[in-house]
Design a protein around this ligand. Sequence first.
Ligand SMILES: [Zn+2]
Length: 301
Amino acid sequence: MWALLGIVSGCAGLPADPTPPQYQGLAGSPSLPDCEGPVSAGKVRVTHVGTATLILEIGPFRLLTDPALDPKGQDYAFGWGTHSRKLLDPLPGQADVEAMAFDAVLVSHEQHADNLDAPGRRLLARAPVTITTRQGARRLGDKAVGLRPWESHTLTTPEGQSLRITATPARHGPAGTRPIVGPVIGMLLEWDDRDGAIYISGDTVDFRRLDEIGEHAKIDVAFLHLGGVQFPKNTGRMRFTMDAEGALDAIDRLDPRLVVPVHYDGWNHFRQPPDEMRRALEGSAVADRIRVLPRGRCVEL
Ligand SMILES: [Zn+2]
């Protein structure tokens, strides 16, 4: 099913790309052992690698999100004196992910190493296109497409199958922190044979503009970046991503059929313990919508 000959890209709201990136062809590109064969029509096949790193297989497209592929044990600075240690290895590991080919890499923001680390950056060089913020695209270079909220970029196969990626509003902290934390986008993925969109929140708190997303699209599966990020020594009780309580507010605003938490364990700046998150979500009125995925395993949704 990966025997595509080429892929062309188009982008609403930006000048046409004079040299659309040519897709190298996924034929012969390894899949994960439990992910062989075609994805069921209308389904998305998901592997949660760790943090916010997802392998998404949708129709003929294979995407990678927020690649953080370093092994555990390193410390990272996030600016303004904040830092964090990585506590879990990616699953599958870096080499297995690097052996795969991707039609596009989606990076909610490039300025933080838990969303894009050094091996992730090397991988961008091999992907036909990276979709990220406008600021991030300027930093990442020629193959990156920068989107502001509600701008779109469409991947299209020679056979005419298409996947539209639309940037959505995100705010990576309390009101007024954007100049410090930097821009972030979420993304909506919409394609022909699926009823409802996939939503990836990016690193964001729950805030008023999430209402726009629920109004713009019927959301089938929402991948929410949680973790309740805080840096108590630097910024006290300020929270830079949603915790379970924030997720419940987002679910109220977005009304998705299914919710998959990501970006909630494996780093010591994620301050809400995963067990506490699960208890809060799975004990809530929307418990039947919550799907916590096993890391490193393929799941069809
Ligand atoms: Zn971040």
